[in-house]
Design a protein around this ligand. Sequence first.
Ligand code: UT7
Length: 332
Amino acid sequence: MAKSLRSAGIVGLGSYLPSTRITNADLEKMVETTDEWIMKRTGIKERRRASPEEAASDLGTKAALKALENAGVTPAEVDLIIAATITPDSLLPATACIIQDNIKAEKAAAFDLMAACSGFLYALATANNYVATGMYDTVLVVATEVLTRATNWQDRGTCILFGDGAGAAVVKAVEEGKGFLSFDLGAIGAGGDLLKIPAGGSRKPATHETVDKNEHYIQMSGNEVYKFAVKIMGDASLKALEKAGLDRKDVDFLVPHQANTRIIDAALKRLELPPEKVYLNLSNYGNMSGASIPVALDETVKKGLIKTDDVVILVGFGGGLTWGACVMRWVM
Ligand code: UT7
């Protein structure tokens, strides 16, 4: 990482999960699938669904308020809000602006960032740069998804995977040499077709025909994305460790994107980490895209699995195709 003026890190975390559960037994009634297939191929038992009146900003607002409280920071102190989401309330205004209004963070600038499941990592890297350069002191990163609204409930290849939730982190300046040590972000735009929502944008605006063809829902070549994920989770983690001047032996804990237990197992193997150094919650929540990592990190910290000064890696991949990894020396 380029020499920073100040070190930055996560000083508060929060998450919110809607209470409605969709179990594998529920899915067995909707598409031709079985609990056994879903468990064996993904490790997912159930996922959460937002209530009809809840949108991404509502989930994000709840997670944001918890993160601010956890950090001991008031909304009035927030300089910038970055919302990472692929399921914004609407295309305009940005979900970050709605959250800004909801929490009354009146002096905060606000924008959305789209990097799919890697969104939280892209947003953390962005927050780091604002704080490191001194432009802002307090950045609120919110990753929030209502993927169940972008899911085709007749497509068994995707509807078994996704769930709704939100996670948030407060980023501030920290003691030098602590907090974020390195990031590795990347994209392979040529792989964009492997994971997409074809309609509803400027290429293919919403029409009766696009709706009839289910083109506003996620379409995925699951097996191709799987192969990319298995390779990139290890590659990106090792690259980020190298940039931080560390080795895989230095890693105390890994919090990966929660997409599939088989993908996470492959990453553990590549990093030579024992299973007790990774946190998994995908059996309860499924894949919440960008929200998966902050929700998992919040739970990891609340369970006391990460201690101050531990070396922690966050790593994820997603549509774009994109990926991100971050190495931190934990400060909370
Ligand atoms: O956050 C990034 C988002 N994307 C991902 O994380 C996705 C990464 N990919 C995956 O996790 C896996 O590719 C899946 C779990 C989606 C699928 O597992 P797979 O081992 O790659 O299966 P596959 O797509 O190669 O399909 C194998 C078979 C096919 O049947 P045939 O053609 O062999 O007869 C599918 O039609 O499994 C069938 N299948 C299912 N069967 C029962 C696909 N989905 C289901 C299902 N239930 N839900």
